[in-house]
Write a protein that binds this ligand. Sequence first.
Ligand code: PLP
Length: 232
Amino acid sequence: MTTPQPRELPRQLAALRQRADAAAVAAGRLPTDVKILLATKTQSAARIIEALQAGYNLIGENRVNEVVEKARELAAFAPTTHFIGHLQSNKIGQVLPLVSCIQTVDSADLASKLSNRSVDAGRVMDVFLQVNVSGEDSKSGLTPQRAPEVAAYIATLPGVRLTGYMTVGLNSPDAAAVQAGYLQLAHMRDELKLDGARQLSMGMSGDFELAIACGATMVRLGSAAFGARAVR
Ligand SMILES: *Cc1c(COP(=O)(O)O)cnc(C)c1O
């Protein structure tokens, strides 16, 4: 009798988990301090269910319509869903009931609107402040100069709970430059000392081990888990 091959995705996810664990240990941290969030944009619900069944239940979506489209099929598997794309305030109402955290709060105005909608819905929504540590124009997020003021403001709002900080790192082969951005975000969290705001969502497929070395508590993995995405 031949042993069935483990399916490809669970094996891939286990390999990524091992790499994250090793990076944590190398940095003198506990593997359990680093969560893997699967960036599931463009993946079908069926494909996401494979990952959920393998025990990876933290997922992130970039587009409100994808959250909405997949929600019904995924509901039975009870994923923890974070929103990790740019959020337009007119879509807050759609995304709010379907996610447990919005990682991409990048203005006082968005925070305030989220606060109002959450209060109306009788919820307290976890949010991360998105900071643009790389300074690239193509990226969303507050400048590191503005971020502390907006973080302090969010901490005063009802209906939202600031639980961390998120950044999309510099897209560069220059590891030292990428690292500088991640260390800047970790430093900001430590300086702000806001109650309960401990998470650092940073690092993607190409640089997650570096991000873990800099203190990431959540890495967002897409292509390393699911393979290259179709261009769209
Ligand atoms: C797509 C995406 C990721 C994952 O990117 P990969 O390089 O495929 O791992 C992480 N974070 C955000 C915000 C994304 O949009």
